[in-house]
Design a protein around this ligand. Structure first.
Ligand SMILES: *[C@@H]1O[C@H](CO)[C@@H](O)[C@H](O)[C@H]1NC(C)=O
Ligand SMILES: *[C@@H]1O[C@H](CO)[C@@H](O)[C@H](O)[C@H]1NC(C)=O
Ligand SMILES: *[C@@H]1O[C@H](CO)[C@@H](O)[C@H](O)[C@H]1NC(C)=O
Ligand SMILES: *[C@@H]1O[C@H](CO)[C@@H](O)[C@H](O)[C@H]1NC(C)=O
Length: 624
C-alpha cells in the first residue's frame, strides 16, 4: 500500500513538473466499413439514356467514370453526407426528370433509411429556379454542410435553405437559394489575388479559409469573413452574392521562416515557424488552422496546425510517408488524414528519419509530386488522436478490414481522395475512393487494370466507417475567432503580396540541436533562386536518436515553359546511426527525376534507395 501510494505520488509530481503531459497513445479499435448508396450507373451520357428501367424513380443517373465527384461531410444529425456529382443521360425537357443533369449536390442517407422520394439520396440543387441561383461560380468542389444544417458550402457557392434543414422534406428547390462567393481582393485593382481554390468553412459558419495559386507556380493562403451582399453595385457578378471581407494573408512577416540565417551567419531551423503552405481546414472547434507546411525532415511532407490567435504551431504527423487531406473530429480529440503510410510509396526518398530539410529548398515540389501516379493514388484514411504521431504511435488505418481482394474495404486499388470527415457525435467517418484506371494501369503500363465490383462498374465509391467502440461525444464549443488573426497580415482589396526574400547563396553551417553539423552550400541562378543544395553531414542530430553522416546534393533545373515541372539531378550517400541503422544512396550515375506536380507521373533515370535496419526501399518504376 505504501509503495503504491509512493508510486502514485511520484506520477503526480511528474505530471506537475512536466506541465501538460502528452497522453499515452490509444490502442487499436473496432471499425466497421460499409459502402453508401449512390444514384444508379448508366453506360451512356446520351440524352434520355437514364431511362425508367435504369432509375424507376426518375431521379437521375451517374456515369461509370467520375467527373467532378467528391463526397463531403455529415449533416449535424449524422444521418446524411453531402456529395457532389455529375448526373448524366437525363431526358430532354419537358420531362421533369430533366433537372437531374450536370454537376449537382446531393445528400445521401447513412442510416439505411430513405427520403420521401423513395431514394436513399436527395438532390439539393436540381431544379432550383434560375432566379434563386444567379451567376453561380463554376467551382463546386469540397462540399461542406454548415453547422446549422441549413446551409452548405459548394465550392465557391453557398446553398441556403432559409429556415429549413437541408435534409428535411421542407427544403425544396423552390425555397433553396444558391449564391456565388466573390472576393473583391485585387493585386492591381482589377484581378483577384491569385486563383482561389479549395475553400473551407470555419465551424462558426461565418469565416472561411482558402488557398490560391499564383501564375508563377506559387501558392498563398487566406482567411476571411463571408458577408451577404444582396444587391452588389461593384465587382462581378452583379447578383446576390457572398463577399469575402476582412481578408488575412496567412503569413507572419515578423516571424521566423523554417530556415533562416542567424546573427552568426549560420543556418538555423525554426520548427515553430508558421508556414501555411496549403490550407486544409480547421480543428473541430476552429481554434487551429490545419495545413501542409514546410517539411521538418527531408522530403517528409506533414500536416501542421497553427493556433488562430497564439500562432503556436503543432506538427500533427511525422510518419515519413506523405499526408494530405485531413479533418478533425468535432470534439477536437481526433483527426483522420489521407496518407500514403503503409503503402511504402515514398520511403525510398523520405524513409530515413532525422535529416534536416535542406535539400527541400529544391526538392519540395518533386517530393510532393511522387505521392501518386496520376490516377493511381496511395492514400488511405488514417485515424490519429489529436496529439498526432509520436514515438511508435502512427494511428490506425480506418479501412484495414478485409482481405485485400477486389472491392474489399482494404483493396489497395481503391484509392482515398479528399476530404474525409467525422460525424458530429464522433462515431462515424465518411471518405471516398476512386479505383485506379488507365493510363495509370493497363496498356503500356506494367500494372494491370482491376475490374470494378461497384454498382454498374462504377470507379468511385463513398465509404462509411462506424467506430464500434465509441460512445457519442458532444462537439467542442466553437472558438470565438477574431476577424483579423494577430499573427497574420491584413490583405484588403488592392494589397500586394509581400516580397519573399529567400536565402542568399553561400556556404553555411547548420548545427544539430543535439550534436554535429550540416555544412550546406547553396548555389543560386542569375535570378537569385537557389538551384543547388549540397550538404556535408558530420554527426548531425536534432533529437539525439538519429545521427546523420555523409553527403547529399541536389540540383534543380527549371523548365522555362512549365513552372510546375521539377527536373532534379540528385546524389546521396548518407548513413544514419542511433535508434536505427539507415542508408540513403544514389546509384553510380546519380538519380535524375523529372515530374510535374499537376500530373504526377514518375519518370527517372538512375536509382535512389533507402535502407532502414535491413529493409530496402526502392523508387517506383517509371510510369507507375
Ligand atoms: C459524353 O461522353 C463522351 C464519350 O465519353 C464524351 O466525349 C462527351 O464529352 C460526353 N458528353 C457529355 C455532355 O458529358
Ligand atoms: C563544417 O563547417 C565548420 C565551420 O566552418 C567546420 O569547422 C567543419 O570542419 C565543417 N565540417 C565539414 C564536415 O566540412
Ligand atoms: C548530375 O550531377 C553529376 C554530379 O554533379 C554530374 O556528373 C552529372 O553530369 C549530372 N547529370 C545530369 C544528367 O545532369
Ligand atoms: C533519361 O535518359 C534519357 C536518355 O539519355 C533522356 O532522354 C531522358 O530525358 C532522361 N530522363 C530524365 C528524367 O532525366
Amino acid at each position: 500500500m505504501a509503495i503504491l501510494s509512493l508510486v502514485l505520488t511520484a506520477i503526480f509530481w511528474f505530471s506537475i513538473a512536466s506541465g501538460k503531459s502528452t497522453p499515452e497513445p490509444p490502442g487499436p479499435e473496432r471499425i466497421e466499413i460499409i459502402e453508401l448508396p449512390l444514384p444508379p450507373v448508366v453506360g451512356s451520357n446520351a440524352t434520355g439514356a437514364c431511362t425508367v428501367e435504369v432509375n424507376p424513380h426518375k431521379t437521375g443517373c451517374i456515369g461509370r467514370e467520375f467527373i467532378d465527384f467528391q463526397s463531403g461531410d455529415f449533416t449535424p444529425d449524422g444521418d446524411h453526407v453531402v456529395v457532389n456529382l455529375e448526373f448524366i443521360g437525363a431526358p430532354a425537357s419537358p420531362d421533369p426528370a430533366n433537372i437531374y443533369t450536370g454537376e449537382q449536390l446531393i445528400l445521401v442517407k447513412t442510416d439505411g433509411t430513405l427520403f420521401a422520394n423513395g431514394d436513399p439520396w436527395k438532390c439539393l440543387t436540381c431544379g432550383v429556379p434560375e432566379s434563386n441561383a444567379q451567376s453561380l461560380d463554376p467551382q463546386k468542389d469540397y462540399p461542406h454542410v454548415a453547422r446549422s444544417g441549413k446551409k452548405a458550402l459548394w465550392g465557391h457557392n453557398i446553398i441556403d435553405c432559409g429556415d429549413f434543414l437541408l435534409a428535411s422534406d421542407d427544403c425544396t428547390p423552390a425555397n433553396t437559394f444558391i449564391y456565388p462567393i466573390f472576393w473583391p481582393s485585387t493585386l492591381d485593382g482589377s484581378g483577384p489575388g491569385g486563383v482561389p481554390r479549395e475553400m473551407r468553412l470555419h465551424p462558426d459558419d461565418v469565416h472561411m479559409g482558402w488557398s490560391s495559386f499564383t501564375p508563377d507556380g506559387g501558392q498563398n493562403t487566406f482567411f476571411g469573413r463571408l458577408e451577404f451582399n444582396p444587391n452588389p453595385l461593384t465587382g462581378a457578378p452583379l447578383a446576390p452574392r457572398y463577399d469575402l471581407v476582412d481578408v488575412n494573408l496567412l503569413e507572419n512577416p515578423f516571424g521566423p521562416s523554417i530556415l533562416d540565417l542567424n546573427e552568426k551567419g549560420e543556418l538555423e531551423l525554426h520548427y515553430d515557424a508558421i508556414g501555411v503552405g496549403e490550407l486544409r481546414g480547421f480543428s473541430g472547434s476552429g481554434d487551429e488552422i490545419l495545413y501542409i507546411g514546410p517539411t521538418h525532415e527531408a522530403n517528409n511532407h506533414d500536416i501542421f496546425a497553427v493556433h488562430v490567435t497564439t500562432g503556436k504551431v503543432r506538427r500533427l504527423t511525422s510518419h515519413p510517408e506523405y499526408a494530405d487531406p485531413v479533418s478533425f473530429s468535432h470534439d477536437n480529440k481526433w483527426f483522420v488524414v489521407m496518407d500514403t503510410r503503409g503503402s511504402n510509396r515514398q520511403m525510398w526518398m523520405s524513409g530515413m528519419r532525422g535529416i534536416p530539410p535542406l535539400i527541400d529548398i529544391v526538392t519540395v515540389a518533386a517530393a510532393a509530386s511522387t505521392r501518386n501516379n496520376h490516377h493511381r493514388r496511395f492514400f488511405q484514411p488514417i485515424l490519429i488522436d489529436s496529439e498526432g504521431d509520436r514515438g511508435s504511435y502512427f494511428g490506425q488505418q480506418v479501412n484495414a478490414h478485409g482481405d485485400g481482394s477486389d472491392g474489399s474495404p482494404n483493396d489497395p486499388n481503391w484509392n482515398g481522395r479528399a476530404d474525409p470527415a467525422f460525424s458530429y457525435d464522433g462515431t462515424q467517418i465518411v471518405y471516398w475512393q476512386a479505383l485506379v484506371t488507365a493510363p495509370a494501369c493497363g496498356g503500356v503500363n506494367p500494372l494491370p487494370c482491376p475490374e470494378s465490383t461497384a454498382q454498374g462498374g462504377r470507379t468511385y465509391r463513398v465509404m462509411l466507417a462506424r467506430l464500434k467502440d465509441r460512445e457519442p461525444t458532444v462537439p467542442e464549443t466553437i472558438f470565438d475567432i477574431p476577424d483579423f488573426l494577430p499573427w497574420a497580415t491584413p490583405f484588403p482589396p488592392g494589397s500586394e503580396f509581400p516580397v519573399q526574400s529567400g536565402l542568399p547563396q553561400g556556404t553555411y553551417t547548420l548545427r544539430g540541436k543535439v550534436s554535429g553539423t550540416a555544412n550546406a552550400t547553396l548555389i543560386a541562378d542569375s535570378t537569385s533562386v537557389i538551384r543547388t543544395v549540397s550538404v556535408e553531414y558530420d554527426d548531425y542530430s536534432d533529437d539525439g536518436e538519429h545521427i546523420i553522416n555523409g553527403f547529399e546534393s541536389v540540383t534543380g533545373t527549371p523548365d522555362p515553359t512549365n513552372p510546375w515541372l521539377s527536373n532534379l539531378n540528385w546524389t546521396s550517400d548518407l548513413k544514419g546511426t542511433g535508434a536505427v541503422t539507415a542508408t540513403k544512396k544514389t546509384g553510380p550515375d546519380g538519380f535524375q527525376l523529372s515530374i510535374d506536380v499537376m500530373l504526377n507521373i514518375f519518370n527517372a533515370n538512375g536509382t535512389l534507395t533507402t535502407t532502414i535496419d535491413g529493409a530496402v526501399y526502392e523508387q517506383p518504376a517509371n510510369g507507375t
